[in-house]
Design a protein around this ligand. Structure first.
Ligand code: BMA
Length: 298
């Protein structure tokens, strides 16, 4: 059985009561290597009444102990994201870092929320350029960009219409076409309600490695992993049937939303994959797996 090993000092980042913007919850985070450090771009909630998310930044030498910045680096700035910038993913593509995130357009506590996949880019994680939202015909989230073009197309995995993961292609990162269903819920399993992309795909000799989340009918969010064909990523070449992490620890079971492990970022370091994830929409944790062990299991 393949299962992630949790860091024994989890959670690694918790709400900071001294900061208005991150006193409520810090959770789903993008992860990348930046200037020889592990960089996390994490979702932060200050006030639960408005439930507007901003994005904070944290840096680490070893991948476990993080120092964070005092102010968020991305706040809602435009109308299309007025009610929050959520669940970021980072992809280094061509010459800069692209952030895909959930741009929330209508108030969250109201219920029927409208959101789309926003794209921003940066070189330094100080200045972020917005590129607007994509695939606007659907309410959409969980967008992950592949780190390179495939057959001369940019490629994204997204999640509309629900409950499936979809793959689509683009020449310019704006117009996305040829949407195909990549993977959907499997009846009577840990992922029988909905599935969504987690971290941006990681290139390996064996295929594109995709860490994703699966949700069951009791709304438990667990993590799974699949391998996509290098030349045709709409083909799943291998998938591990069982979850590689399920909400079991207190910090995953009890928080703002119970029973959630939700990843938006995985970093390859020291022959391991470091899987960063939000626990119960409240804290940030990390779990690892040996690179070889995982690829052999796939
Ligand atoms: C999903 C996303 C995540 C969240 C999860 C559990 O739909 O919105 O941001 O962590 O639900 O609440």
């Amino acid at each position: 059985m393949v299962y992630l090993t949790r860091y024994n000092k989890n959670p690694i980042i918790e709400p900071n009561l001294a900061h208005e913007w991150e006193k409520g919850g810090v959770f789903n985070c993008a992860a990348t290597l930046f200037q020889d450090k592990v960089l996390l771009l994490y979702r932060a909630i200050g006030d639960y009444d408005t439930y507007i998310s901003t994005l904070g930044l944290a840096l680490s030498e070893d991948g476990y102990i993080f120092e964070r910045f005092d102010e968020p680096v991305m706040r809602p700035e435009f109308d299309f994201e007025r009610y929050g910038v959520e669940d970021p993913r980072i992809t280094f593509l061509k010459d800069k870092y692209y952030i895909t995130y959930t741009a929330v357009r209508t108030p969250v506590p109201a219920g029927d929320v409208d959101y789309h996949i926003g794209i921003a880019s940066t070189n330094d994680f100080k200045e972020f350029i917005r590129h607007g939202t994509i695939i606007n015909e659907y309410r959409n989230k969980d967008g992950v960009l592949f780190p390179e073009k495939i057959n001369d197309n940019y490629v994204i995995i997204h999640r509309a219409p629900e409950p499936d993961m979809w793959i689509a292609y683009s020449k310019d990162l704006k117009t996305w076409t040829d949407h195909q269903k990549l993977f959907g819920p499997l009846p009577n399993t840990w992922q029988d309600f909905k599935v969504g992309a987690g971290a941006p795909p990681i290139k390996t000799d064996e295929g594109w490695l995709e860490f994703y989340h699966g949700v069951d009918k009791e709304l438990h969010y667990s993590l799974g992993v699949m391998l996509l064909d290098l030349k045709d990523p709409s083909k799943i070449v291998s998938i591990i049937d069982d979850p590689i992490l399920i909400p079991e620890e207190d910090y995953e079971r009890v928080g703002d939303v119970p029973n959630v492990t939700f990843t938006c970022g995985v970093v390859e370091k020291d022959e391991k994959f470091f899987v960063y994830y939000g626990g119960a929409d409240k804290v940030i944790a990390v779990a690892t797996i040996d690179r070889k062990t995982l690829l052999q299991a796939l």
